[in-house]
Design a protein around this ligand. Structure first.
Ligand SMILES: Nc1ncnc2c1ncn2[C@@H]1O[C@H](COP(=O)(O)OP(=O)(O)OP(=O)(O)O)[C@@H](O)[C@H]1O
Ligand SMILES: [Mg+2]
Length: 589
């Protein structure tokens, strides 16, 4: 928790002023019972006095009343100012912590993100930051106030009556023992509750982001059940945590009232023995409450602090996570050409087994390369190594003749444009989405890119053309249209290497062929790597790489592979057979 305090740096003046003001509030609050005692004493002394003495006493009482009012106003001013300053510091701390987390998340590589999961990152950034922020606010407002109040009230009480004060010597340790029994159980249960909360968030996040799939598979009932389970789980653990609090609170209250009773008994005895004045008794009574309340407060804050530790730890994990893909010292800023070479590359996700096994191949700048293989044969994994979305486990990936690790990540990714298999569009207009590729692109350039990706005709058929709003995640366009817009966005970057990972799977064969021929015509210097399931999507490529179980099975042209690669021939035959059967059926009709 303390390590996170550096995020409160900007607000340290506020964080410092707040406790000072709180101390001011305490001081004025502690003075009030003293004046109260004086008032009671004055009344008692003049009870049987003559009229002149009584009118003098009334005058004194008014003066005391005025004093009390001033102290109360000062206490109020300090208190409300402290609340305001504290809120600025607390909220500011939370905001800069969230900002810090956001900055850090932007540096994360895919594998860093894989490690945490999106849902957990969201919980860390919202619920956990809130907990830490509230604890910080409590710390600066009450952490100083409560102990100062406790010590000062105790000293004043001892000064007035050591006998009465001795009650606290017994009562306070007993309260500590009771709390020592309850608090660890409560903290443990609250931590469990936080974990359940994490799971709950993950479950609703998954449901909401994939609501269309849920509906398409008519899984609404299943999802409802799943939600109910995690909601019930969360409620159960929250009740279990609250139960211990509910048990603890009356126990503490009982202890408090026993203490007060003991104080009343001892104080009455002291008054009868003339050791204590009646006026002082009222002050002592107020102090007793202040001592007990501030003592409980101090302990509560400590408990809250321990609970927030769990949240602080989870935030710390994100902040301390080393992005595993970083710029080297003196990085190369620009990629010279679009050549790609894999030298004995192996790769694995996290601690799993190798998904790429000793892969080597070379692609010359400007070539069009196809990658084929069964599903799960690591096609996507191979191409993700080119823009360094992941790093190799061993071997080297060279782009433009240099190891990808020698480039600045920005420079490398500027040169390598990739249409991911799971691609997304964002809410906003078509033009805004396309300009993700190049924010300064002119309308002409947008048109050109759409022409290459065969998107122009349908974009222009929309009444608002390029200004058509896409809705969240691009819901307003069909799957094939979305793919073509994603390709246009990638082309707009004017990359040296363009990677299309199964990016034309939802478009028909004729459109697919048109896109490839436009790519050849308009981007002759760009290296094009096309992952596809259909032979027709790669048959005219300069070379086709066949992957099998993460290793290279063969590399060659369509013709060569048909002659010598069994895997390729099998895929070809299967697809050809499909076509022939279709043709036969059609001719029969
Ligand atoms: N983020 C990930 N974390 C762990 N394992 C992964 C991850 N992504 C892929 N894998 C695993 O790596 C292997 C290769 O996956 P990859 O996505 O590269 O296959 P692919 O050839 O692109 O398949 P497809 O044709 O279905 O897209 C698979 O066994 C898969 O389970
Ligand atoms: Mg894939």
């Amino acid at each position: 928790m303390f390590k996170l305090l550096k995020y409160a740096d900007k607000y340290k003046v506020y964080a410092f002023i707040c406790p000072v003001l709180m101390i001011g509030e305490v001081m004025f609050e502690l003075l009030i019972p003293q004046v109260m005692a004086d008032i009671v004493e004055t009344i008692l002394l003049t009870e049987n006095a003559d009229a002149a003495a009584q009118s003098a006493a009334i005058h004194d009482i008014f003066a005391y009343g005025g004093k009390m009012l001033i102290f109360a106003i000062c206490s109020l001013c300090c208190g409300s100012l402290a609340a305001r300053v504290g809120a600025v510091a607390g909220m500011g701390f939370g905001a800069s912590l969230r900002h810090g987390l956001m900055e850090k998340l932007q540096t994360f590589s895919f594998s860093n993100i894989d490690k945490f999961s999106t849902a957990s990152l969201i919980t860390r950034m919202t619920t956990d930051v809130n907990t830490v922020q509230n604890t910080f606010l409590m710390l600066i407002r009450i952490f100083f106030r409560a102990p100062i109040m406790l010590v000062s009230a105790l000293i004043l009480c001892i000064r007035m009556s050591p006998e009465v004060a001795s009650v606290f010597a017994v009562a306070l340790p007993i309260i500590v023992i009771v709390l020592a029994i309850f608090a660890p159980i409560a903290i443990k249960r609250f931590r469990i509750m936080l974990k359940k909360f994490d799971k709950f968030n993950a479950s609703i996040q998954e449901n909401f982001t994939n609501i269309r799939v849920v509906k398409a598979f008519v899984r609404t009932d299943y999802e409802k059940k799943k939600f109910k389970n995690s909601n019930d789980n969360l409620t159960e653990s929250a009740i279990s945590a609250e139960k211990i609090m509910v048990l603890g609170e009356p126990a503490l209250m009982l202890l408090m009232y026993l203490t007060i009773t003991a104080i009343v008994i001892i104080a009455t005895k002291s008054i009868s023995e003339m050791k204590l004045e009646v006026g002082q008794f009222t002050a002592i009574f107020t102090y007793a409450f202040q001592i007990l309340m501030s003592f409980l407060m101090t302990i509560m804050i400590l408990a809250q602090f321990f609970m927030a530790e769990a949240s602080a730890k989870r935030i710390g994990e994100v902040l301390n996570e080393e992005p595993d893909i970083k710029d080297p010292e003196n990085p190369i800023k620009e990629v010279s050409d679009g050549s790609v070479e894999f030298k004995n590359v192996s790769f694995r996700y996290g601690s799993g087994g190798d998904v790429i096994k000793d892969v080597s191949f070379k692609i010359n700048s400007g070539e069009m390369i196809g990658i084929m293989g069964a599903t799960g044969s690591s096609k996507s994994s191979v191409v993700q190594l080119i823009p360094r979305l992941y790093d190799t486990a061993s071997g080297e990936v060279l782009v433009g003749g240099r190891n990808v690790k020698e480039y600045s990540v920005y420079g490398l990714r500027e040169a390598v444009s990739m249409v991911l298999q799971k691609n997304v569009l964002f809410s906003g207009t078509i033009a805004e989405n396309l300009r993700w590729g190049n924010k300064n692109a002119t309308d002409e350039e947008l048109k050109k890119a759409c022409e290459i990706s065969d998107a122009l005709s349908f974009v222009e058929s929309f009444p608002d053309g390029f200004n058509t709003d896409l809705g969240q995640g691009g819901v307003n366009v069909s799957g094939g249209q979305k793919q073509r817009l994603c390709i246009a966005r990638a082309i707009l970057k004017n990359p040296k290497i363009l990677i299309l990972d199964d990016s034309t799977s939802a478009v028909d064969t004729a459109t697919d062929a048109r896109i490839r021929s436009a790519l050849r015509k308009y981007t002759p210097d760009t290296t094009k790597i096309i992952i596809a399931q259909r032979i027709s999507s790669v048959s005219d490529c300069d070379k086709i790489i066949i992957l099998d179980g993460g290793a290279i099975a063969d590399i060659g042209t369509h013709k060569e592979l048909l002659e010598r690669s069994e895997i390729y021939r099998d895929i070809y035959d299967a697809q050809q057979k499909g076509c022939d059967e279709f043709e036969a059926e059609r001719s029969e009709q």
